[in-house]
Design a protein around this ligand. Structure first.
Ligand code: TXA
Ligand code: MG
Length: 330
C-alpha cells in the first residue's frame, strides 16, 4: 500500500519515521522527485533498487541536510569540491567524491566513489531535518523512464511498490542535478543538469573532459534513458512543419513539440506547446514527454534548443529520449 499525502509538518514527521524503519518515501526536490531510503540501512537501500527495477550496479545519490555532512561520507576531498559546495549547495549539483567507510557498496554500486547532494527544496530540507540522517535517493521513476516532476507522476509508476509519497507540487528546475566528478583529478561533468556549465566554470575556471572508455556507470549516461514510450524524432527546427506533414500524409498520427506556437501544421497533427523561455522549458520538459504517451500517437517530432545555459541539459535529455531503445534491437 502506498500512502499519498500533502507534505505537512505532521506528514513529514511520519515520513521520517518510515525512513528510520527502513521504508521508502518519495519526496519533492527542486530538480525531480526522489525515492528515498535511509542511506545507512542496507535492506532499505536494496528496496529502492527493487521498487525501481534498477540494476544493482547503478549507484545512488546520498542527500545530505547540509554541506557540513560532506566529510562524513567522503574522504580526500579536493578544495574544488568545497568551492562548488559553497557556491551551489543547497541546490541542483551532485559531487562525486572518494567514499568514506560510511558509504556502503549497495549505495555506491560497488564503486570507490559516492555521489553527494544537498537539495534546496524546502520539503526535502524539512524531511532531512526531521529524519536526522542522510537519504539515498534516485529519481522516483521506474528504471529507464522519464523522471517524475509531480507527485502524480510518482504515483503512476510506483503505486504499491513504496510506502509513502509526499506531494509538494511540481518541481521547479524540472531536470536532474548536474553531476560533477571530483574523484579523478580535473573536475568533469558526468551529467549536465540544473547548474549550467557556465556557472561551474565561473567557480572552477575550467572543466576536464572524460574519455568515453573510462566513463563510470551513470544510468543517465545510457543512451535510451528518459524515454517516452512513443518514438521521438529530432529534426531541425526549419523542417519541423514539413516533416510533420510528410508523416501525416502517410497516415501516421503525429504530435509536434515546439515553442513556436504559430508553426503551420496540418489539422490532423497534434501540438504540445513548449514555453519559449529556457528555464520554463526545463521545468515543463518531462511533463511534456509524458504528455506524448497520453496522446496515443505514432510519432513525436521536436527540435533541439541552442546548447547554452540550461539548453545543454535540455538537449541532452531530448537526445536520450530520441535514442534507439534496447527493445528496438529485438
Ligand atoms: O536531481 C537529481 O540528481 C535527482 C534528485 C532526486 O536528487 N536524483 C537523480 O538520481 O537523478 P538518479 O539515481 O536517477 O541519477 C543519479 C545518477 C545516476 O545516473 C548514477 O549512476 C549517478 O548519478 N551516480 C551516483 N553515484 C555515482 C558515482 N559514485 N559515480 C558515478 N555516477 C554516480
Ligand atoms: Mg534517474
Amino acid at each position: 500500500m502506498t500512502d499519498f499525502v500533502t507534505a505537512t509538518t505532521e506528514s513529514l514527521r511520519h515520513a521520517a519515521q518510515i525512513l528510520r524503519q527502513g521504508g521508502l518515501v518519495a519526496f519533492p526536490t527542486e530538480t525531480v522527485y526522489g525515492l528515498g531510503a535511509d542511506a545507512e540501512i542496507p535492506a532499505a537501500v536494496a528496496r529502492v533498487f527493487a521498487a525501481k527495477g534498477r540494476p544493482a550496479d547503478h549507484p545512488l545519490i546520498v542527500h545530505l541536510a547540509g554541506a557540513e555532512e560532506l566529510d562524513r561520507w567522503a574522504r580526500d576531498v579536493p578544495a574544488a569540491a568545497y568551492d562548488l559546495a559553497a557556491a551551489f549547495w543547497p541546490g541542483p549539483l551532485t559531487l562525486i567524491l572518494k567514499r568514506s567507510s560510511r558509504a556502503s557498496d549497495l549505495v555506491t554500486g560497488g564503486l570507490d566513489t559516492v555521489g553527494l547532494r544537498v537539495p534546496s527544496h524546502p520539503i526535502a530540507q524539512e524531511l532531512l531535518q526531521a529524519f536526522g540522517g542522510s537519504i539515498a535517493a534516485p529519481s522516483a521513476n521506474r528504471f529507464g523512464r522519464v523522471s517524475p516532476t509531480t507527485a502524480q507522476h510518482v504515483l503512476s509508476e510506483l503505486e504499491g511498490r513504496i510506502d509513502l509519497i509526499l506531494d509538494g507540487g511540481p518541481c521547479q528546475v524540472g531536470l536532474e542535478s548536474t553531476i560533477v566528478d571530483l574523484s579523478r583529478g580535473q573536475p568533469v561533468v558526468l551529467r549536465p543538469g540544473g547548474i549550467t556549465t557556465e556557472r561551474l566554470t565561473e567557480v572552477l575556471g575550467s572543466l576536464g573532459t572524460l574519455p568515453a572508455a573510462t566513463a563510470p556507470r551513470v544510468s543517465g549516461a545510457l543512451d535510451s534513458h528518459y524515454a517516452p514510450r512513443t518514438r521521438l524524432i529530432l529534426v531541425p527546427e526549419a523542417n519541423l512543419a514539413q516533416q510533420a506533414e510528410v508523416l501525416a500524409s502517410t497516415g501516421k498520427r503525429v504530435v509536434v513539440l515546439s515553442a513556436d506556437h504559430s508553426l503551420p501544421l496540418p489539422a490532423a497533427v497534434e501540438r504540445i506547446k513548449w514555453p519559449a523561455e529556457q528555464s520554463s522549458l526545463a521545468s515543463a520538459l518531462y511533463a511534456s514527454l509524458r504528455a506524448i504517451d497520453a496522446l496515443d500517437v505514432d510519432v513525436a517530432l521536436a527540435s533541439l534548443p541552442a546548447e547554452q545555459g540550461l539548453g545543454q541539459a535540455i538537449a541532452d535529455r531530448l537526445r536520450k529520449a530520441a535514442a534507439p531503445r534496447p527493445e528496438d534491437n529485438g
